[in-house]
Design a binder for this molecule. Sequence first.
Ligand SMILES: [Zn+2]
Length: 341
Amino acid sequence: MARETMTGKTHLRRASVLALLVAGFALVSIFPSALADSPSDPKRVAFEAVDRNAEAIATVGDVLYYFGEPGMQEYESSKYLKSTLEQIGFKVELGGAGLPTNVWATWGSSKPVILIATEMDALPDGSQTPGSIPRKPLVEGAPGHMEGHNVMAAMAVGAAQAVKKAMEQFKIAGTVILSIGPAEEQLMSRPYLVREGYLKDVDAGIITHIQNSLSTGYGLQNYALIGAKFTFKGRTAHGGVNPWDGIDAVDAVELMDIGFDKLREHLRPTYRGPSDDHHRWCAAQHHSRRRPDLVVYPGCERTLGKGKFRQVGQRRARRGADDGHDDGDGTVRCGVAVARQ
Ligand SMILES: [Zn+2]
């Protein structure tokens, strides 16, 4: 066990050293100035800029890969992106909207304002050997870029640089914003950015995410996702002495879950109930031999409006408890009267 931990630490140290080395290399060689540009077509100039910088863009992705920082902990990644973006002429704000690792980079000052948005967080437990398709963690249990957010951030930097290059060369008016927010996996950054007014002057936004094909779409591609905490209170009792006196709060969560699953077929097509990746439980005050008397279930629904969300949330809560009521802040609290007596 100790040997495994030592090995893990050694790998982690090696991965960090490698990331710093690659980062150092990237900072001196990134985005060399143009040699010859196509004179007539802005799009061609942008494409050529991407081709010319292909290696540098890949290096940005590699550096982020070896940092492998999970959501809200992208400290080295965001610092590195800041210095890279400053090198190519962007003004960079780090830590906006109360998010310490938020990267907000701007070039230009006039309209239209074009936003390229993406993220840079690694997956918890996502450590993976580069180039290996079979699961092979670099560091057992460590976070890592198994999903490829490192590539997203690198591609966005390359795209922003290419668009800037074409706009400069052809004196095209406009502002390019690159938003690399923290914690996509925890659905974290964009509501904060919207609430702080970061997006109010944006005319068009391009959001990138890695996928198994190179494709684009436009319009509403995803619904907004609103989360709420469903709190179930029960009554604790010792599992070995008097379990019959307890009311198990987990039972209520299970019943709500099963009930909501049955509700799905009656929901309108605009609703998206919890999918597998939204099924995350966190139990509080739980002890292995006691009946848990408090469970917080962070459920998520995708809907088109807050009011509709609340309706569904209440229906969902009632599947687990018979006296659900809305606290008025989006939190639905429930008793556990349906938990077995
Ligand atoms: Zn993702």
